[in-house]
Design a protein around this ligand. Structure first.
Ligand SMILES: NC(=O)c1ccc[n+]([C@@H]2O[C@H](COP(=O)([O-])OP(=O)(O)OC[C@H]3O[C@@H](n4cnc5c(N)ncnc54)[C@H](OP(=O)(O)O)[C@@H]3O)[C@@H](O)[C@H]2O)c1
Length: 162
């Protein structure tokens, strides 16, 4: 499986100043549950936004074009092809693409499963999810989460290529 895992607001915003625009505890738990023990692939900017700390109990891959870049506790790769070859050597594990925008765009033709958290509110931000070809996917699961703050009401959706 090659999956995307992300959260977006009503306008497709996913990031602000290198970080997430919201604090949503259950989404972080959902993210952890989806990615634990798998390969997580992220762009260098997303990794920096996490304080350059690898996510525990996951194989962390950081993508950069900078061949001199190193990241303690993470595997540094330099292209889409390198990531796919790395994952092919571990077929028992899923390839979880965790962003950001540039990296989602890079794997848009490869992804077969989408785990999207749709947050109902509108947030200020500077990074948007690239266009997803939704017509090529079908919704297979959806869970609604009510919140006291209407901005934070959200749905966990799973989409798969038929
Ligand atoms: N809401 C969510 O679910 C979610 C998830 C993830 C991230 N985010 C947010 O998204 C924002 C960051 O997204 P972003 O799009 O600006 O950056 P990004 O995708 O995290 O990282 C971009 C970097 O990845 C490297 N890269 C991109 N394409 C590459 C390629 N083809 N080959 C090799 N390396 C490549 C480059 O690193 P170098 O410049 O080092 O070459 C590039 O600058 C942050 O605000 C973050 O919090 C949100």
């Amino acid at each position: 499986m090659i999956a995307f895992v992300w959260a977006q607001d009503a306008n497709g915003i996913i990031g602000k100043d290198g970080k997430l625009p919201w604090h949503l505890k259950d989404d972080l738990q959902y993210f952890k549950q989806r990615t634990l023990n798998q390969i997580v692939v992220m762009g260098r900017k997303t990794f920096a936004g996490m304080g350059s700390r690898p996510l525990p109990k996951r194989t962390n891959v950081v993508l950069t074009r900078n061949v001199a870049y190193t990241a303690s506790g993470a595997t540094v790769l330099h292209s889409r092809a390198e990531v796919l070859a790395f994952a092919a050597k571990q077929p028992e594990r899923d390839l979880m693409i965790i962003g950001g925008s540039q990296v989602f765009k890079l794997f848009m033709d490869d992804v077969d499963t989408l785990y999207v958290t749709r947050i109902r509110g509108e947030f200020a931000g500077d990074t948007t999810m690239p266009t997803v070809p939704w017509a090529k996917f079908e919704l297979v699961d959806s869970e609604h989460v009510a919140m006291a703050d209407p901005q934070l009401v959200h749905d966990f959706e799973t989409w798969r290529r038929p």
